[in-house]
Write a protein that binds this ligand. Structure first.
Ligand code: 5GP
Length: 179
């Protein structure tokens, strides 16, 4: 399970890990937020409506779910159960609220928090992505502070100053944990 404030480089690192460890599949989350340019339904997220999401809350179909930046995000319980039953491994890219729920339900889950070098760089990276409105960026920055405050609850914290170093650090955690 990997969490990080938006802009810390989490998606890039997750992608690199999925390439290096083909035995791990990405847990495609469901969200009520709109797709960003280039995002594909079923690959990046399952984009669903608010009502459909809430219905699945009622029916206990989420392994975890959370409201992040005014949208719902959730991980399918069936996906996790089926993967674990087959002896497979999943990479979850979820926020701190979700990570706590998963840790409680699946205590053997390994948690990694990725830190951006500093808040200024974080904000720069969010802006350079060019996909979020000013309001969304401010919301993400506020949320980042809250998330960073909880980083010590994670099994591993990676300071993402340099992509190559972080990649090696993350790969060595994966190798140890997959053994
Ligand atoms: P974004 O909208 O930038 O794709 O994601 C925003 C935040 O939602 C990120 O911190 C991401 O890790 C988190 N997130 C994505 N999928 C899930 C999920 O299924 N559950 C939870 N709790 N958070 C998620």
């Amino acid at each position: 399970m990997v969490s990080a404030p938006s802009g810390a480089g989490k998606s890039t690192l997750c992608k690199l890990m999925l390439e290096e460890f083909p035995e791990i599949s990405f847990s495609v989350s469901h969200t009520t937020r709109s797709p960003r340019e280039g995002e594909i339904h079923g690959r990046d997220y399952y984009f669903i409506g608010k009502e459909a999401f809430e219905e699945r809350i009622e029916n206990n179909q989420w392994a975890e779910w959370a409201r992040v930046h005014d949208n719902y995000y959730g991980t399918s319980l069936t996906l996790i159960r089926e993967t674990l039953e087959k002896g497979g491994s999943l990479l979850l890219d979820i926020d701190v609220q979700g990570a706590e729920q998963i840790t409680r339900a699946f205590p053997s889950a390994v948690t990694i928090f990725i830190m951006a070098p500093d808040l200024e760089i974080l904000e720069q990276r969010l802006r350079s992505r060019g996909t979020d409105s000013e309001e969304a960026i401010q919301k993400r920055m506020k949320n980042a502070l809250k998330e960073i405050a909880l980083k010590d609850r994670y099994n591993h914290v990676i300071e993402n100053d340099d992509l190559e170093t972080s990649k090696n650090e993350m790969a060595s955690i994966f190798k140890r944990e997959l053994r």
